[in-house]
Design a protein around this ligand. Structure first.
Ligand code: ATP
Ligand code: FE2
Length: 342
């Protein structure tokens, strides 16, 4: 990314999200108003995400989602100031499809391209929508689980999963338990509903190592417990949630104590979970910190978060020349310049 020029207020950024199973397009003003946020999700016939099938889905729906977002926003393509896209981290085929659409649009419209870090975008949309200014953030999704906070010019990672992400932990167990992926109901949400029907805690592995945590053994143990048959699916869902959410809450609390920040923000797809929200609220209150959770439509992957973060970057002169716009599959949050934060 290179520094070019500043931009005045009253302009529009179109953001394209395509890191994994969602293809999303959002339009945001430079003042932080989201004018449109449209998406279409790839749903695997069975099992987890197949990267090439997800990419094919994105290519097939791209024009419809783009047109829907533009028409909802009331902004003409010719009025756009810049095109932002998720440059990483994520799945290569999915990322490349979104990047190709973004490059084509920016070239055709002769406007700048802005490569956005997907993890930073989850944090920035959370801050925009909740008013949090300088939070300790738990970003928990299907592909990421990390506790971050801004310190010395970057979002620093205070703790993270050593293996699978929190959402993935729930999704893998759900598939092992035979739960089906329904449109509009993520597997994590299906587990949340089942967990509400039990209060019986069975013992499962609880692995926090320093500031990091591990979830893969938990999934295996939960699956084994279910197969043994001396507890119900509801009991295992409840216990899985209690263990996994306690781990991420413990790490978040440690980061809060260490940084002495006064806000806690929950973002990413798993932010929709009410039990996780409740646990984090308790630790935030114990540290006199304000707890906020990103609104549901901005919790899962969405184009609006890319558009908004694109405006922040662009306003600070960061644009991405086409020849530097290759996707970055493992682009860590602590490697990203965030000059918009003082
Ligand atoms: P990333 O690229 O940021 O890792 P992602 O592709 O996993 O993102 P998100 O949309 O941010 O996408 O998160 C999806 C995850 O959120 C899935 O694992 C899903 O099961 C989980 N999820 C959604 N709703 C709930 C819920 N109510 N409770 C728990 N988990 C949920
Ligand atoms: Fe995401």
């Amino acid at each position: 990314m290179v520094k070019v020029h500043q931009k005045s207020e009253g302009s529009y950024c179109l953001g394209i999200e395509s890191t994994a199973d969602d293809f999303g397009v959002g339009v945001a003003t430079f003042d932080g108003e989201v004018l449109a946020n449209k998406s279409d999700s790839y749903i695997p016939a069975e099992g987890g995400i197949h990267p090439r099938e997800a990419a094919r889905h994105h290519a097939e729906v791209a024009d419809t989602v783009l047109q829907d977002a533009l028409s909802k926003s009331g902004v003409k393509a010719s009025e756009l100031t810049c095109i932002a896209f998720s440059q990483g981290p994520g799945l290569g085929p999915s990322l490349r499809t979104g990047a190709t659409v973004a490059r084509a649009l920016a070239s055709y419209l002769e406007i700048p391209l802005v490569g956005v870090n997907h993890s930073v975008a989850h944090i920035e949309i959370g801050k925009l929508q909740t008013g949090a200014k300088d939070p300790v953030t738990l970003y928990a999704s299907g592909g990421n689980t990390m506790v971050t906070a801004f310190e010395s010019g970057r979002y620093r990672v205070f703790g993270e999963t050593l293996d699978i992400a929190l959402g993935n932990c729930l999704d893998v167990f759900a598939r092992e338990a035979g739960l089906k992926h329904k449109k509009g109901l993520p597997l994590g949400a299906a587990i949340e509903q089942l967990a509400l029907k039990s209060g019986r805690l069975i013992s499962l592995p609880y692995v926090v190592k320093g500031m990091d945590l591990s979830l893969s053994g938990l999934v295996t143990a939960a699956t084994t417990a279910l197969q043994k048959g001396d507890c119900t699916l509801e009991d295992v869902c409840y216990s899985l949630q209690e263990h996994a959410f306690s781990m991420v809450t413990e790490v978040t609390e440690r980061a809060l104590a260490h940084t002495e920040k006064k806000e806690v923000l929950l973002t990413g797809g798993v932010a929709a979970n009410k039990r996780l929200q409740a646990m984090l609220k308790v630790i935030a209150e114990e540290h006199d910190a304000k707890f906020s959770v990103v609104p549901l439509q901005y919790a899962t992957d969405n184009g609006a978060m890319i558009a908004w973060t694109g405006t922040l970057a662009y306003r600070h002169g960061l644009v991405t020349p086409i020849d530097q716009s290759m996707v970055k599959l493992r682009w860590r949050v602590d490697k990203v310049d965030v000059p918009w934060i003082q």
